[in-house]
Ligand binder design. Structure first.
Ligand code: SF4
Length: 560
């Protein structure tokens, strides 16, 4: 017997710390951790102690004899990883924490998503450190609330980790306060020994093809924010009258968007999807979603767990023409002699299984097309999207090139999901070339290659670029916390000159009224109560004013 990690794995690696035999890999100490799709348990080494089950924030681990039927493929996926990945990592090493001064340290964290919380978790362990967390929205948890797909409730279990942090006596929320608008960086630096920015906003990368701005051509960020009830996107209107939708890109967000478009709305009605989105999806005509990848299956960016989970979407067929599964020469040869990376080999195996699976008359469909890049989005009546022109590519010398052969896909909606870009943050320098805030080990520099700004730190996508999920953000937040602790120990953090007790009055003078833990708990309880009546996890408030009213604070001046 052995334990098995399944699709919901969030890579947060809490399980790694408790495994007595170090059989969960890659560990955060191993280079592969940075790019791993998920973590895996070595079935040869696991002693079935069960310690990891309690520790996993998203309940992704099962003993193999209790594995749900849908997760059985993960037995092989876990075992396959150890065929070609060295798992002899030795004991997990944690650097010895520096000896801290007895003096108090006040830290402001800007942002309330995963990187912010993992940094806070490290800092509030120290009694003499207090953390104030700022976010422009009245609700915390960032992309866990507004990015994780509503039908992935298990992944949202990581909120329990964050809820344990917010309860600490040395932690304070100042939600609904926008740094740069209601309080400046200079004002924060007067009040806190360290200011950590972990508020990377996601903006879609553009395709750079004609027709990209036509009505019906949509960014995945907007669509995801809309169906997740993010206040920034709730007023958007999407026309789903077309039978076919095209999703451009093939990462996990592309799969989320494709799946949500064809999932039975009655299934979605049991999730925390926004009510306005559910209403539109109920009236949707979309029966087929075509997912386009510029390169072949071996380079698909979605994870095997997400790809496999499409099989469990009721009433939906995954359709892959076997001719779409062309490999590069190198990958084909490596697959033949069993030397291809096991994660890529699994992706190819799953795609081949999908391509052979029977289809069911009347089912909705997700159709994968590989080696297919959009070259133009064409407008029809009223200039709305009417088709997408696609160039077929081929592998040449390890890369892809256009064949010159094009095809047209008739559709009324084209969603682009080809990655993100980071925008500059108010009051902080920006490295235009690398699209990040310039930093060394999370310490913000006054310019790219310049000097550190004492007491100013950065974590998350604004620090390293817009890649990686919860696990990567955990590492990133912990690295930032380690740098803050090191600078505190060294005595190089600036001494605050103003007590932050005045922040509430200061921002109130600018129209903002902070939501504290009690306020957030009132919002949380009201959402859960509304959800319980409908058999749902929660029903989200989607208006900032409504959230603030429930929290018991006045609306922010000037906000709708
Ligand atoms: Fe490690 Fe015990 Fe989990 Fe097996 S069951 S992976 S030995 S913690």
């Amino acid at each position: 017997m052995a334990h098995v990690i399944t699709r919901a794995c969030c890579n947060d690696a809490s399980c790694v710390d408790v495994c007595p035999v170090n059989c969960i890999h890659p560990t955060p100490d191993e280079p592969e951790f940075l790019t791993a799709e998920m973590l895996y348990i070595d079935p040869e080494a696991c002693i079935d102690c069960g310690a990891c089950i309690d520790e996993c924030p998203v309940s992704a681990i099962y003993p193999d004899d209790q594995l749900p039927a849908k997760d059985e493929p993960f037995l092989q996926i876990n075992a396959d990883y150890f065929k070609d990945h060295d798992a002899d990592g030795g004991l997990v090493r944690h650097p010895k924490p520096p000896k801290l001064p007895d003096a108090p340290l006040r830290v402001a964290i800007v942002g309330a998503g995963p990187a912010a919380f993992y940094a806070a978790q490290e800092l509030v362990r120290k009694q003499q450190i207090s953390v104030d967390m700022y976010d422009r929205l009245p609700t915390p948890y960032g992309l866990v609330r507004a990015g994780v797909a509503p039908d992935h409730a298990q992944t949202k279990g990581v909120e329990n980790t964050f809820a344990a942090v917010e309860k600490k006596a040395n932690f304070t929320y100042r939600l609904g306060v926008e740094v740069g608008e209601h309080i400046t960086l200079a004002e924060l630096r007067e009040r806190y020994g360290a200011v950590l920015f972990a508020s990377g906003a996601a903006h879609d990368r553009r395709l750079g093809v004609p027709g990209e701005d036509l009505p019906g051509s949509i960014s995945a960020t907007e669509f995801v924010g809309w169906y997740n009830g993010h206040p920034d996107w709730v007023d958007l209107r999407f026309d789903l009258s077309s039978e076919t939708a095209v999703v451009i890109g093939n990462g996990n967000v592309a799969l989320d968007v494709a799946r949500i478009l064809v999932t039975d709305p009655d299934e979605l009605a049991t999730t925390d999807i926004a009510d306005h989105a559910l209403e539109v999806l109920r009236a949707s005509n979309v029966r087929e979603v075509v997912v386009l990848g510029r390169r072949g299956i071996e380079h698909a960016a979605f994870t095997n767990g997400e790809f496999l989970s499409l099989r469990d979407t009721e009433g939906v067929d995954v359709v892959i023409d076997p001719d779409e599964l062309v490999l590069s020469e190198d990958a084909a040869a490596a697959l033949d002699d069993d030397s291809l990376d096991s994660v890529i080999a699994t992706k190819i195996r799953l795609a081949r299984e999908f391509s052979e699976a029977p289809q069911t008359e009347g089912n909705r469909r997700i159709v994968f097309k590989f080696l297919s890049a959009p070259t133009e989005i064409i407008g029809g009546d009223g200039d709305r999207v009417s088709s997408v022109t696609v160039m077929r590519n081929r592998y040449v010398d390890g890369g892809v090139e256009a064949t010159g052969r094009t095809e047209s896909i008739a559709t009324g909606i084209a969603l682009r999901s080809v990655g993100y870009r980071v925008e500059p943050l108010t009051d902080l320098p920006f490295d235009e070339e690398r699209s990040v805030v310039p930093n060394v080990d999370s310490r913000v520099l006054d310019a790219p290659g310049g000097d550190p700004i004492p007491g100013v730190f950065v974590a998350g996508w604004v620090k390293r670029g817009p890649t990686g999920g919860i696990g990567r953000n955990r590492m990133c937040g912990e690295e930032a916390a380690a740098s803050i602790l090191a600078d505190f120990a060294e005595g190089v953090l600036p001494e605050p000159t103003v007590d932050p007790a005045d922040v509430t009055d200061l921002v109130a003078g600018r129209g903002a009224h902070p939501v504290d833990l009690d306020g957030w708990k009132r919002i949380d309880a009201a959402e859960r109560e509304a959800g319980a009546g409908q058999g749902r996890r929660r029903v989200k408030f989607v208006s900032v004013d409504e959230m603030k009213s429930v929290a018991g604070v006045p609306a922010t001046a000037g906000e709708a």
